[in-house]
Write a protein that binds this ligand. Structure first.
Ligand SMILES: Cc1cc2nc3c(=O)[nH]c(=O)nc-3n(C[C@H](O)[C@H](O)[C@H](O)COP(=O)(O)OP(=O)(O)OC[C@H]3O[C@@H](n4cnc5c(N)ncnc54)[C@H](O)[C@@H]3O)c2cc1C
Ligand code: SF4
Ligand code: SF4
Ligand code: SF4
Length: 373
């Protein structure tokens, strides 16, 4: 049975919970707000299915990229509302238009992030935009399996570990499945996000959240929570995430990069676009990098309408190392969490401020922002 001794050995995909035939496993939050599986040993029949589906215990093979593209959504409004070049929406709308279903991450009514399925354009649009919180998988793998067995086309999107978890869970190749992973720096704790929102909530009702607001540009994106917008590196929650403090332990030794997840396609920000040969569009509204890992991925792309230029994959990886490398664990990661458990908001403020740009830079940007209004 699954028995997590070392927290870095579980990415929280929830595959074991969904596969256990006796419902012996439940996901419970640890003291840092991450979900881990817990087994009811009295009910366990020792069938080992949970170990068989675990993507960490069964690491995939490294795969070469077949092709790499710079791509943008043809509709500028959708591109601007997306984190990168809006390619997720191109894929999702194509699948929904052909009668398929799409899995992705959305906010629920309390602004927690959950994985869900959509069969209409309205529902799928809720998946648009990066949510920098680990999404809760619920029964997404079971639902995806059921749609696949019915013969519906399924587009499953998520972090590489979620794609790897799905693949292990299914244990069989379905020709009607297309998997798209997002490049993944790592995921912050849902518990920290809940605490942070709780604090923000005291200042008023949170009626909107946008982690990648582009009104200040794609590169210098802002974070909008309720009626407050801030440069991303000037926000305590984002600063602690980008400095790797609030990230899940498994993200520091991620076994799903370099095609190991089994995904057909990877989508990412095309950072450094201005230095990449062959790119003409560079208007700071966002450009995606699209890496193709399989023949199925390649033929899926052929059926999608978007602006696309083939580029050299190495020049893309040069500016976006998180596609192939794990984030580095801060030396004081343990100290951060000890402090966080005692004084959550003080710790976010303190560590956030340490990693932010200097006060004078932040003050100048705030003035510029107020003048622009
Ligand atoms: C936690 C996280 C870390 C990331 N790290 C990097 C990085 O290091 N480098 C990089 O280039 N890109 C990173 N991205 C991906 C990038 O921000 C875009 O999501 C991606 O390029 C797709 O952009 P888009 O414009 O095509 O579509 P968008 O509409 O912006 O993206 C929507 C897609 O993101 C998925 N998604 C959103 N939030 C989550 C979540 N919490 N968990 C799982 N899936 C989610 C949706 O399901 C959907 O598939 C990260 C995204 C997240 C959520
Ligand atoms: S060994 Fe089988 S019964 Fe026991 S927890 Fe794992 S999947 Fe469930
Ligand atoms: S990685 Fe997924 S399958 Fe493995 S123990 Fe964790 S939740 Fe279960
Ligand atoms: S870095 Fe790896 S382990 Fe962490 S969320 Fe991303 S894919 Fe999963």
């Amino acid at each position: 049975m699954i028995d997590i001794q070392n927290k870095s050995d579980c990415c929280g995909c929830g595959g074991c919970v969904q596969r256990c035939p006796h419902g012996c496993i439940t996901m419970k939050e640890d003291e840092n707000g991450f979900l881990y599986p817990h087994v009811n040993k009295d009910a366990c029949i020792d069938c080992h299915l949970c170990e068989h589906v675990c993507p960490v215990l069964n690491e995939g093979e490294k795969r070469e990229t077949q092709a790499c593209f710079a791509a943008t959504h043809p509709d500028d409004a959708i591109r601007t509302a997306s984190s990168s070049g809006g390619i997720f929406s191109v894929f999702a709308h194509r699948v929904i238009g052909d009668g398929g279903v799409v899995f992705g991450a959305r906010f629920d009514e309390k602004w927690a992030v959950i994985h869900d399925v959509a069969d209409t354009i309205d529902k799928v649009n809720a998946f648009r935009g990066s949510k920098y919180v680990q999404s809760v998988m619920g029964d997404s793998f079971e639902k995806a399996e059921s749609f696949l067995k019915q013969g519906r086309e399924v587009l499953f999107t998520g972090t590489p570990c979620q794609i790897a978890g799905l693949k292990r869970f299914l244990n069989k190749d379905y020709p009607n499945l297309i998997t798209v992973e997002i490049a993944c720096h790592g995921v912050p704790s849902p518990g920290v996000w809940r605490d942070y929102l709780g604090m923000k909530g005291k200042g008023g009702v949170v009626n909107q959240v946008n982690f990648r607001d582009k009104s200040t540009g794609w590169r210098n994106y802002s974070v909008v929570i309720g009626n407050r917008a801030k440069p991303h590196d000037d926000d305590d929650y984002m600063a602690c995430f980008l400095a790797n403090y609030t990230m899940r332990p498994s993200c520091f030794t991620c076994p799903f990069k370099t095609g190991k997840s089994g995904a057909d396609i990877l989508i990412a920000d095309l950072w450094g676009a201005e230095k990449i040969q062959g790119i003409e569009v560079n208007d700071n509204k966002g450009i995606s990098a699209v890496l193709v890992y399989s023949d199925r991925g390649r033929s899926f792309l052929e059926k999608c309408e978007m602006n696309m230029t083939e580029v050299d994959v190495n020049s893309v990886l040069k500016h976006n190392r998180s596609i192939v490398e794990s984030a580095v664990k801060p030396a004081d990661y343990g100290v951060f969490w000890k402090k966080y458990c005692k004084r959550p908001m003080w710790t976010l403020r303190r560590y956030g401020t340490l990693t932010m740009p200097k006060l004078i830079v932040r003050a100048k940007r705030t003035v510029a922002r107020l003048i622009r209004r």
